[in-house]
Design a protein around this ligand. Structure first.
Ligand SMILES: [Zn+2]
Length: 465
């Protein structure tokens, strides 16, 4: 089967339609196949290919780009409306800028910072992860400035300035530290970029190594688990001087559904964050209850609330082993929740993503508009509106991107550690929810059904405890 005949991801099909109908591409030739779908691919020698080249060079003149090597790539990047591209194979979204470390740079980063990044981790995410794990901003700034030979001052330059400068010397200069989320490929591909992204490059080109997906996004785990809580305040508290040189630890693991919130963060003793990561012990439960009584901030994300209520009311009569069983139920519930999200995205290509954004993610956007101050318990003692509105918006967009991407990550068969399990009745409810979303687009009704389905699954898990 040739590359063109592989089943294309539904999210990619929606992406193709978005691009082909976008005014930035007005006049760029594309044909339709007999079944009405878009002929995305055309070779340079074909008539369509030649016309695409003519169109692109005219666009270059409008933009003031000289006709030299790399001009197609420059034009297609400049006109791309979002600068983020969906992967045809797996549905992940990746940046079209040179934002991902190449193999040698990953090796150097992991060695120099004892980290575990892959060549699919975005450089901004790498930055945040290192800062959160206790690396000083100045040290990291100096490191990247040296690597890129940048003319910036590590004390003054912001994260954005350093990343922008590094990106530029890799894209237009001779530095090979960073590469793009998708290589340029014009006129062969309508948008000018390879259909598959960096994430699926190896499986398409060199057999089936999924090595680069193993820990595709380790950071921003709270975004990945669709955690509730004041997520921006939590990020800010993690990066504050309270955690200088020590990594922050969630008292209730977010991989089990607990919230991402400054009040539920503590300094990690011993520095072994990965060992604790998704364990749950009696002491943790007691600490969570103490925090809740003190702050009245609910400790669990909505989708695991019933299971938490059960643990809360019964843990005293439980032995240690029974707590482990509860932990497994939370883990199973998370796998089921991720499967539900994935099914909605896959089966409702037109409305699924917007529905999940409006009903689950958008409520968290507002927290990015404030800057917080804390006491040493992570309680918020004051908050001020932030003025850098562009950046706040970028952070909310990034939150959404990571949250949606992680649903695809979680459901990547090669990546999965807990299998989802819905019984026949629950699968029926899920499929009728998707049908409802596709036909009526009634977000309120679908949200009601989603909550009912999640609670039904929780009650089944509780009954088996
Ligand atoms: Zn991919």
């Amino acid at each position: 089967m040739s590359r063109e005949e592989r089943k294309w991801n539904n999210r990619f099909i929606a992406y193709m339609n978005m691009i082909a109908n976008h005014p930035n591409y007005k006049g760029l030739p594309i044909q339709k196949k007999k079944d009405g779908s878009l002929s995305w691919i055309a070779t340079a020698k074909s008539k369509v290919g030649e016309e695409r080249i003519k169109w692109c060079l005219k666009k270059a003149d409008e933009l003031g780009f000289p006709h030299r090597a790399g001009v197609y790539a420059d034009v297609m990047l400049a006109i791309h409306p979002t600068k983020w591209k969906v992967c045809q194979t797996c549905g992940r979204l990746m940046s079209l800028y040179y934002h991902y470390p190449n193999a040698n740079f990953v090796k150097a980063l992991n060695k120099d910072f004892h980290a575990d990044f892959t060549d699919c981790d975005h450089i901004a995410d790498i930055w945040d992860t290192l800062i959160e794990s206790g690396v000083k901003k100045r040290v990291l700034a100096k490191y990247l400035i040296n690597k890129g030979g940048l003319e910036l001052d590590p004390d003054d330059a912001s994260k954005e300035e350093i990343i922008d400068a590094l990106e530029l010397v890799c894209r237009k200069g001779n530095k090979k530290l960073l590469g793009p989320g998708a290589m340029s490929n014009f006129p062969d591909r309508y948008d000018g970029f390879h259909t598959y992204n960096r994430c699926c490059r190896s499986s398409q080109d060199k057999g089936c190594s999924k090595e680069n997906l193993k820990s595709y996004t380790k950071d921003r785990r709270a975004y990945e688990y669709w955690s509730d809580g004041n997520i921006h305040a939590a990020n800010q508290f993690m990066g504050s001087s309270f955690f200088d040189g020590i990594s922050a630890d969630h008292i209730g693991p977010i991989s089990l559904g607990f919230i991402h919130d400054p009040r539920y963060l503590q300094p990690m003793s011993g520095g072994d964050n990965s060992a604790k990561r998704d364990r749950l012990q009696i002491e943790d439960i007691e600490k969570i209850i103490e925090t809740y009584n003190r702050t009245k901030v609910y400790p669990m994300s909505w989708y695991s609330k019933l299971i938490w209520e059960h643990i809360f009311s019964t843990y005293k009569s439980h032995s240690g082993i029974a707590v482990t069983v509860c932990r497994d139920a939370l883990k199973q519930n998370m796998a089921n929740f991720m499967f539900i999200l994935w099914t909605i995205l896959e089966d409702c290509p037109a409305y699924g993503e917007d529905f999940l954004e409006q009903k689950l993610l958008a409520q968290h956007y507002d927290c990015f508009n404030y800057s917080y101050e804390f006491n040493s318990n992570g309680e918020i003692i004051s908050q001020q509106p932030r003025h850098f509105t562009d950046r706040n918006q970028n952070e909310a967009e990034r939150y959404k991107r990571i949250a949606i991407n992680s649903v695809y990550d979680y459901n990547d068969k090669n990546n999965r550690n807990t299998n989802s399990h819905l019984n026949r009745d629950e699968l029926k409810d899920l499929s009728s929810l998707c049908k409802e979303l596709n036909s009526s687009h009634d977000y309120d009704e679908c949200y009601k059904r989603l909550v009912m389905l999640v609670e039904k699954i929780e009650r089944r898990l509780i009954s088996s405890l």
